[in-house]
Design a protein around this ligand. Sequence first.
Ligand code: APR
Ligand code: ZN
Length: 244
Amino acid sequence: MAKVLILSGAGISAESGISTFRDSGGLWEEYDVSVVCNYDSMQKHEELTIEFYDKRRAELESKEPNYAHKVIADLKRRYGRDIVVITQNVDNLFEKAGLKSSDIIHLHGFLREIRCQDPYCEQIFDIGYTKQREFNGGGCPSCGSKLRPNIVFFGEQAPKYEELGRHVQDCELLVVIGTSGNVIGVNTMAQFATRSILNNYEPSSAINDAYFSKVLYKKATEAVDEIAEEIESFLDSINSLKKL
Ligand code: APR
Ligand code: ZN
């Protein structure tokens, strides 16, 4: 398992022009979570929910990764399995920055994908930046069932959380960037790690930053060089010990 765990949230994509959720003017101010991102959204508000994700998917096409995505993608390319990149984000900016899909774990799903609603099928389809209904007339090509955004809604199981837990247990350096901590309990995670870095634009009521070894309240693009330096010296020191 990896020595360094980098967990990101919506804040890392903010400077690429993608709205966060809980900042002022964020997505959950504009849309009602219980309508478009709830376990029963597809039953109770199917059209509004599909429209909401179609709109966010289409917006993705013009969005570019920012410096923070690029630095992290470069670190992952250079240090490989010593670093695990996990994000709560459903955008593809780390992939646009060069990470392969096998190099990153999306905890809450992936906006380019839709999936079959049949629990015995659940096939996943990458539809790029197009509308869900334009794909195969809106039905699953394998079994004909209805499709849905491949996004984890509130109240649904998040299958990748187990994998996150294993990485938290094993990591020695935890880096948390751009998350308010309202969904993932980063306070607990910080207590497991030998060392931990928190980078957020501003303090969050859901995060007790006293649990973190280093706290950087600034934009991710301004903090990421300092974070990268710490990750490199940490891993270079471990790897040089291994060579003795
Ligand atoms: N650089 C660093 N941090 C930033 C920046 C920036 N440029 N801009 C905003 N932030 C920080 C804010 O200070 C805030 O703490 O990013 C955080 C965004 O918090 P949220 O909007 O709550 O987003 P996130 O924590 O990713 O939400 C978690 O909740 O709604 C669900 O599934 C959704 O994955 C999402 C989850
Ligand atoms: Zn199917």
